[in-house]
Structures are given as C-alpha cells and as structure tokens.
Ligand binder design. Structure first.
Ligand code: AP5
Ligand code: ZN
Length: 214
C-alpha cells in the first residue's frame, strides 16, 4: 500500500504516521526527517538545507525528488510506503507520476492555522527516531525523555512562531494546490482521497484515519 499524508506543518502528519506505518507494516518516508538527519551529519546537503529550513522555506524540488527516488528504490519499500511531507509542490507530485509511482490513498489532515501555531510551541522531538510529542497533548512518560530510549527530547529549530507562520504561508501557496491535483486525478491510477478533520485528540484522529482506510 502506498499512501500520502498531506497537511500543513504541525497538522499531525508525523504523529499519525507512527500509527499507520505500524498497522500496515510499511516504512515512513519523511523528507523532513531525512533532511534533519543530513543537517545533523553536516553533509553538504545538510549544510545547504539547514539555512532554507530555518527560514521556513522549501528545499529545491530537484534535491528532494532525487532523495525520494533513491529511498523508494530500497528493498523495504517494495510492498509500499507512507510519504510524510512529500510531495509538497506540484512538480514533486508530477515527478512521481512520471516515475510511474501510483498512490493508493491520499489522507489530508485538516487543521486551521491558529491551532497549528499554538501546537508548535509545545512540540518536542526525539532526534534519533523522529518520534513526536507535545508537552500537553501527547506528553512522554517521563518529562523531557523519549519513551523508548530515555534519550533527551529537543525543540526543533524551525518551531519559533515567526518561522511557523512563514511555513504556513508557503504551505498555502505551494502545497495546498495538491488537494485539487489529487482530487482531480482520473483513471485507474488515481488515488482515493480522504479529508480528515484534524482537531481532536491524537487517538480520535487516529481512529478517523483508520475508519477511512478500512
Ligand atoms: P517537515 O519535517 O515535513 O515539517 P512540516 O511538514 O512542516 O510538518 P511538521 O513535521 O512540522 O508537522 P507534522 O504535520 O508532522 O506534525 P506533528 O505530528 O509533528 O519539514 C521540515 C522542513 O524541511 C520544511 O519546512 C522544508 O524546509 C523541508 N522539507 C521537508 N520536506 C520537503 C519537501 N518535500 N520539499 C521541500 N522541502 C521540504 O505534530 C505537531 C505537534 O502537534 C506535535 O507536538 C504533536 O505532538 C502535536 N499534535 C499532533 N496531533 C495533535 C492533536 N490531535 N491534538 C493536539 N496536538 C497534536
Ligand atoms: Zn513531521
């Protein structure tokens, strides 16, 4: 099964990805996590990407498309995968169509901008695994520590309010056109499109997603 999780920054894609990948036994492909790993390793890509990410911008389509093509050619993607944060522009979506990568389901998690700004300030992440927490809505078992490893949780560099607002602006300009792109697709390769109301508890949203996916 091949799935796309679509939604604004902070809509809950990473949070729901953890449930979906577990249920369907498919890997999560988060371009954001891949870029953050490159930043941490200080590769040439990471050094270039860090500036763009900290400013709330998008890394170039060519770089992202190259990364994703390499990733989906790996063995663990043979029976499917979940895209989280990709595609994010029409050219990225078109690149997958040109590659013959058909998608079974697009799940859009809809959350309005003000809710997102307030969520981001409480986000904490485990850099090693990408696991996501929230100090109030989804707290770890021990404050400041990852549930599985006990390692320290951190705040993301791009979670300051000003950067979040910039990321939302770019989402509305460059990513939200994908809603129509996928809904207007026709033919046997067209994905099923599901719009989920993304406000509610993490478990409520998970149940809505599972209901839609059957
Ligand atoms: P990326 O890492 O993909 O960031 P994003 O899309 O902006 O999304 P986030 O990870 O911020 O949010 P999320 O939807 O995963 O929400 P989460 O589950 O964490 O990308 C980062 C950057 O990399 C981009 O800005 C760009 O520069 C670059 N990049 C990445 N992909 C790219 C691409 N394809 N092309 C070009 N550039 C690219 O939840 C957020 C918080 O809310 C958490 O604290 C969580 O615990 C909490 N929460 C979750 N659900 C709920 C709920 N139901 N109620 C209350 N709180 C909740
Ligand atoms: Zn994420």
């Amino acid at each position: 099964m091949r799935l796309i999780l679509l939604g604004a920054p902070g809509a809950g894609k990473g949070t729901q990805a953890q449930y979906i990948t577990e249920k369907f036994g498919i890997p999560q492909i988060s371009t954001g996590d891949m870029l953050r790993a490159a930043v941490k390793a200080q590769t040439p890509l990471g050094i270039e990407a860090k500036q763009v990410m900290d400013a709330g911008g998008l890394v170039s389509d060519d770089i992202i498309i190259g990364l994703v093509k390499e990733r989906i050619a790996e063995d663990d993607c043979a029976s499917g995968f979940l895209f989280d944060g990709f595609p994010r522009t029409i050219p990225q979506a078109q690149a997958m169509v040109e590659e013959g990568v058909s998608i079974d389901h697009v799940v859009e998690i809809a959350v309005d901008d003000e809710e997102i700004v307030s969520r981001m300030s409480g986000r904490r992440v485990h850099p090693g695994s990408g696991r996501v927490y929230h100090v109030i809505h989804n707290p770890p078992k021990t404050e400041g520590e990852d549930d599985e490893t006990g390692e320290a949780l951190v705040q993301r560099d791009d979670d300051q309010e000003e950067t979040v607002r910039k990321r939302l602006e770019i989402y509305h300009e460059q990513t939200s056109p994908l809603v129509d792109f996928y809904q207007d697709m026709t033919g046997s390769d067209a994905p099923a499109y599901h719009r989920i109301e993304g406000v509610g508890s993490v478990e409520q949203i998970r149940d809505r997603v599972f209901d839609e996916l059957g």
